[in-house]
Design a protein around this ligand. Structure first.
Ligand code: 3PG
Ligand code: MG
Length: 401
């Protein structure tokens, strides 16, 4: 990132501060804030002032009964004190995203000062990529930086359209996005081999495009999570009451055949930890994944699968992980995810490069206390998937407009 041209400039930075909050509006995982700090600090150190903007949640989808915005729930005010503390700088807050208050506060901002605008999604124009909203945001600053990787797959006013109002010399990508791109490159372009991809999560349908793309370059594909059972069912297994997507049975078979044709070793868990109910206190037992009795459902990969997957992970030189392997929020069904996290950390200690993305896998790594022992934690869920699928993300493309 170049900063020598930023002295005395007002720099508008799109960050992704869409962080999880508890019922008291306290931040439960601040990864996205921490990871945005280097860019903000570099811009401040260059003698500029900073105007930050982000969305938080999906406020337009959860309006109050009278149609107004639920400000109490979705205001970015909730993160101001945490941000000020992390940054070591008293962050000012504009209760407007655009409009007179945002304009006046931006205008009076001095070099070294930071202003945070209210939730960009309080404006209806944000998700529509509205030109008027983008023009008003652009009026606040001399320079634009996009560092919101988690939202870079959205073509919104603050992530995409606004960039059009700055010429090429007055906009760039931030450090967080640059690091995300170079980390993904280490997996996508001539990775150290073997490369293992670990995919979990509930649905095959969310991961189809990624699986297809991965088959072109991964050596191993380890499957876990709810999507396992669509594959097992496709192969004629008995899956009891496990989650599966009937409409994707054929596709699952096609993916398995394609993997074989391309010499990719695709592994399904040979055993599962099954539950008689979707609940933390359900009864549980280990069953072969293709012999799950009626009334039972697979909620985690079993001990034999953990052993096999860990062996593959430990002999790999590059590791890509997206999606938990079981319902790790329930302790009884968390071993798969946490043991695989441990195997990934051990392999990384042994010299492998590991890239982890997707909100749930990141929170599993954090919960296991292993975040320092993996190579790179992505701040993107959907954005990371789309980037790995080979799509050009609008937030990145906007820099060339
Ligand atoms: C996310 O957490 O997925 C990003 O912040 C983007 O949010 P969105 O999925 O609501 O667009
Ligand atoms: Mg999302």
């Amino acid at each position: 990132m170049k900063t020598d041209q930023l002295k005395d400039k007002k720099v508008l930075i799109r960050v992704d501060f869409n962080v999880p909050l508890d019922n008291n509006h306290a931040i439960t995982d601040d990864t996205r804030i921490t990871k945005a700090l280097p860019t903000i600090k570099a811009v401040l150190d260059a003698g500029a002032s900073v105007i930050l903007m982000s969305h938080l949640g999906r406020p337009q989808k959860k309006l109050n009964d009278d149609g107004s915005i639920n400000v109490e729930k979705f205001t970015l005010m909730h993160i101001v004190s945490h941000l000020s503390e992390s940054l070591g700088n008293d962050v000012k807050f504009s209760p407007d995203t655009i409009g007179p208050k945002a304009f006046d506060l931006s205008l009076s901002l001095q070099p070294g000062e930071v202003l945070l605008l209210e939730n960009t999604r309080f404006e209806k124009g944000e998700t529509k990529g509205d030109e008027d909203m983008a023009a008003m945001l652009a009026k606040l600053a001399d320079y634009y930086i996009n560092d919101a990787f988690g939202t870079a797959h959205r073509k919104h006013a603050s992530t995409y359209t606004v960039a059009k109002y700055f010429d090429k010399e007055n906009k760039q990508l931030g450090l967080l996005i640059q690091n995300e791109i170079s980390s993904a490159d280490r997996v996508l372009n001539s990775p150290k081999r073997p490369l293992v991809s670990i995919l979990g999560g509930a649905k095959v349908s969310d991961k189809i495009q990624l699986i297809e793309k991965l088959l072109d370059f991964t050596d191993y594909l380890l499957i876990g999570g709810g999507m396992t059972y669509t594959f097992i069912k496709a192969q004629g297994g008995e899956i009891g009451n496990s989650l599966f997507e009937i409409e994707h049975i054929d596709l699952a078979n096609e993916l398995l055949a394609k993997a074989k044709a391309q010499n990719v070793e695709i592994l399904l868990p040979e055993d599962s930890v099954c539950a008689d109910n979707f609940a933390a206190d359900a009864n549980s037992k280990v069953c072969p994944s293709n012999e799950i009795p009626d009334g039972w459902m697979g909620l985690d990969i079993g001990p034999a699968a953990i052993k096999k997957y860990s062996e593959v992970i430990k002999k790999s030189q590059s590791i890509l992980w997206n999606g938990p392997l079981g319902v790790f929020e329930f302790e009884k069904f968390s071993n798969g995810t946490f043991d695989i996290a441990k195997a990934v950390a051990d392999a990384t200690d042994g010299g492998a490069f590991s890239l982890i993305g997707g909100g749930d896998s990141v929170s599993a790594i954090n919960k296991a206390g292993l975040d320092e022992r993996v190579s790179f934690i992505s701040t993107g869920g959907g954005a990371m998937l789309e980037h790995l699928e080979g799509k050009i993300l609008p937030g990145i493309k906007a820099m060339d407009l």
